[in-house]
Design a binder for this molecule. Structure first.
Ligand code: HEC
Length: 131
């Protein structure tokens, strides 16, 4: 613990290196720059993320944090997603993304789930910048 606290007082460049190793990241923080890479690798084949971006297989995710599930006008959601009834918060995304079909029964999002907690935090931090 002492060693971690000492690391936290290191200058920014050194701290960035430590964070890069994943040693000093507080739980749930998340690095949006890294999350952008996770999105590119795991989500961009089905989702656009720019304002007014196109439907690919899934709905555009620009502004998803704060949006009611299943509510983007013009997108043909599954009845499961339309019935979800919650608003996408960062916490809700962290529940959904590791296990989409368990969280929203009947969803047509064919994605097994993002299990890596660091990638999940980074990705959700990135989604939270899309506004
Ligand atoms: C194989 C394609 C595919 C992949 C990969 C995929 N999705 Fe989806 N996603 C969909 C589809 C299709 C829907 C619509 C689900 C429905 O209507 O049940 C969806 C719905 C969603 C929704 C709900 C949006 C809303 O407007 O309510 C979120 C949030 C979401 N996806 C996030 C992600 C993220 C983040 C990733 C990457 C980790 C991802 N998805 C990967 C296809 C995909």
């Amino acid at each position: 613990m002492d060693r971690l606290l000492t690391r936290a007082r290191l200058p920014a460049a050194a701290l960035a290196a430590v964070v890069g190793l994943g040693l000093a990241l507080p739980a749930n923080a998340g690095d949006p720059a890294k999350g952008k890479g996770v999105f590119a690798a795991q989500c961009s084949m089905c989702h656009s993320n720019t304002k007014g971006g196109p439907t690919i297989l899934g709905p555009n995710l620009y502004g998803v944090v704060g949006r009611k599930a299943g509510s983007l006008p013009g997108y043909a959601y599954s009845s499961g997603m339309k019935a979800a009834g919650f608003v996408w918060t960062t916490d809700q995304l962290k529940i959904y993304l590791p296990a989409p079909r368990n969280t929203v029964p009947g969803t047509k999002m064919s994605f097994a789930g993002l299990k890596n907690p660091t990638q999940l935090d980074d990705l959700v931090a990135f989604l939270d910048t899309l506004k």
